[in-house]
Design a protein around this ligand. Structure first.
Ligand SMILES: Cc1ncc(COP(=O)(O)O)c(C=O)c1O
Length: 390
C-alpha cells in the first residue's frame, strides 16, 4: 500500500489481523459491506443467511452475534434481528401472511401491534379474530380453512394478563397454525415460549434485553429452520436490519439481563403489595397478586411475575393525571425495561389507537397508570409513590 499516493492510501486503510488472541467483547463491525477474493463466495452469500457476510442489510457479524445469543437464550434455532420491536413484528407478519389469510390474536395486545393488525385487515384483507389469552377452546372455534397464525403476548401490555402458552400453542398446533409470541415483558429469563410450543418468539429488544433505554431494536427467534430462512429472506427485502452499534449495545446490556430481571421483579413485588394496601388505590394489576385474573396461569408458567404493573387511582383519570405529575423519582416517559422507573397513561399514549370498546376489552381504564419498574432501591421508589398518592 505504501507504493500508492496519499489520496489512495487514505481510502484503503489497514485492517486488524489478529494472531494468537481474540477480543473479549464482541467487536462492532461498523461496515456496510464485505470484500471478496472469490466471486462465487460473494454470489453464494447473497442467497442464504449462513453463507459469507456480504452486505449489512443481509447480515453483519455483530448483528449475527446478537441473533445467536438471543436464539440460544430462547431455545430457538436461529433469529432475525430488526431495527425495532415493530420492525421484527412487521417482518414476521408481512413475511408469512398473504391477502385473504386469517389470524387469531389475543384481545390484550401492545397498542402498536393492535394497530398493525387493523391495518392488515384494511389494506390487505387479512381478517383477525380476537380471543382471550387463556382460552384454547376459543382458538379451536375461531379456526377457519384460511387461518395461518395465532398471535400472543406472554405478559400483555399494560394490564399484565399472562397467556396460557402450553394450552394456546397446543390448540394452534392441532390446527396447523404458526404461533407467534411477543415475549418482551417476560424476557427469556422468565419464560421461553418455544419450550411451551411457540414457533416464533418476538421481542422489542429496546426493553429488557438491551436494558438501558439507549437503543431501539427488535428480534424474531425461530424454532424451525424453514420459517427462519423465509423470514430472513423477506427481512433482506424489507430492510428492517439493525445498525451494528445498536446490536452491540444490546449484547452488552444483555450480559446483566438476569441480574436486572431479579431486581425488577423484586421491586415490583414491593410496590404491588404496598399499592394494593393503599387507600387511594382502587386496583393493582400485577400477575403475582392472588386477585389478578392470570395469577394461576402465571404461577404455573413463570418463576417470577415481571417488572411492569398497572394501577387505578381512586378518582379516575383526573386523579391518575395528578399522580403522574406528582412523582419526582419515577419519570413520565414511554417504554419499559430500562434501569429507571417510568410511568405513563396507556389510554392517551401507548394505546391511543384503541377505541373505548377496545380499551374496555383490553381491561384498560381511563385513569389506569402503567409503571415500568426500574432497579432503584425499592424504599426510594415507594417513598416517591407514597408522596405522590398523598
Ligand atoms: C410488548 C411490546 N411489543 C412490541 C413493542 C414495540 O417495540 P419497539 O418500540 O421497539 O418498536 C413494544 C413497545 O412498547 C411492546 O411493549
Amino acid at each position: 500500500m505504501s507504493a500508492f499516493r496519499p489520496e489512495t492510501q487514505v481510502v484503503h486503510q489497514p485492517k486488524p489481523v489478529l494472531t494468537g488472541s481474540s477480543p473479549i467483547s464482541v467487536p462492532i463491525y461498523q461496515t456496510s459491506g464485505f470484500q471478496f477474493e472469490d466471486p462465487a463466495v460473494f454470489a453464494d452469500g447473497m442467497t442464504r443467511p449462513d453463507g459469507a457476510f456480504v452486505y449489512g442489510r443481509y447480515s453483519n457479524p455483530t448483528v449475527r452475534s446478537l441473533e445467536e445469543a438471543v436464539a440460544r437464550l430462547e431455545g430457538g434455532t436461529a433469529a432475525v434481528a430488526a431495527a425495532s420491536g415493530m420492525g421484527a413484528i412487521n417482518t414476521v407478519l408481512l413475511g408469512l401472511l398473504q391477502p385473504g389469510d386469517h389470524v387469531i390474536a389475543q384481545h390484550a395486545l401492545y397498542g402498536g401491534t393492535a394497530h398493525v393488525l387493523d391495518d392488515l385487515t384494511e389494506r390487505f384483507g387479512i381478517q383477525v379474530s380476537y380471543v382471550a389469552e387463556d382460552d384454547p377452546a376459543a382458538v379451536r372455534e375461531a379456526v377457519r380453512p384460511e387461518t395461518k397464525l395465532l398471535y400472543l403476548e406472554t405478559i400483555a401490555n399494560p394490564m399484565t394478563q399472562v397467556a396460557d402458552l402450553p394450552a394456546m400453542c397446543a390448540a394452534a398446533r392441532e390446527a396447523g397454525l404458526t404461533t407467534v409470541v411477543d415475549n418482551t415483558f417476560a424476557s427469556p429469563i422468565l419464560c421461553r415460549p418455544i419450550e411451551h410450543g411457540a414457533d416464533i418468539v418476538v421481542h422489542s429488544t429496546t426493553k429488557y434485553l438491551s436494558g438501558h433505554a439507549d437503543i431501539l431494536g427488535g428480534i424474531a427467534v425461530f424454532a424451525d429452520d424453514a420459517l427462519y430462512r423465509k423470514v430472513w429472506s423477506y427481512s433482506c427485502a424489507l430492510g428492517t436490519t439493525p445498525d451494528p452499534f445498536a446490536a452491540w449495545l444490546t449484547l452488552r446490556g444483555m450480559q446483566t439481563l438476569a441480574l436486572r430481571m431479579e431486581r425488577h421483579c423484586a421491586n415490583a413485588r414491593v410496590l404491588a403489595d404496598r399499592l394494593a394496601g393503599h387507600p387511594a388505590v382502587v386496583a393493582v394489576h400485577w400477575p403475582g397478586l392472588p386477585g389478578h385474573p392470570s395469577y394461576d396461569v402465571a404461577a404455573k408458567l413463570l418463576p417470577d411475575f415481571g417488572g411492569v404493573l398497572s394501577f387505578d387511582v381512586a378518582g379516575g383519570r383526573p386523579a391518575g393525571e395528578r399522580f403522574m405529575s406528582a412523582v419526582r423519582l419515577a419519570l413520565l416517559a414511554p417504554s419499559l425495561g430500562g434501569v429507571e422507573t417510568l410511568i405513563l397513561h396507556p389510554a392517551s399514549t401507548s394505546h391511543r389507537h384503541l377505541d373505548d370498546a377496545q380499551l374496555a376489552q383490553a381491561g384498560i381504564g381511563a385513569g389506569t397508570v402503567r409503571v415500568a419498574i426500574g432497579i432503584e432501591h425499592a424504599e426510594d421508589l415507594w417513598a416517591d409513590f407514597e408522596q405522590a398518592l398523598g
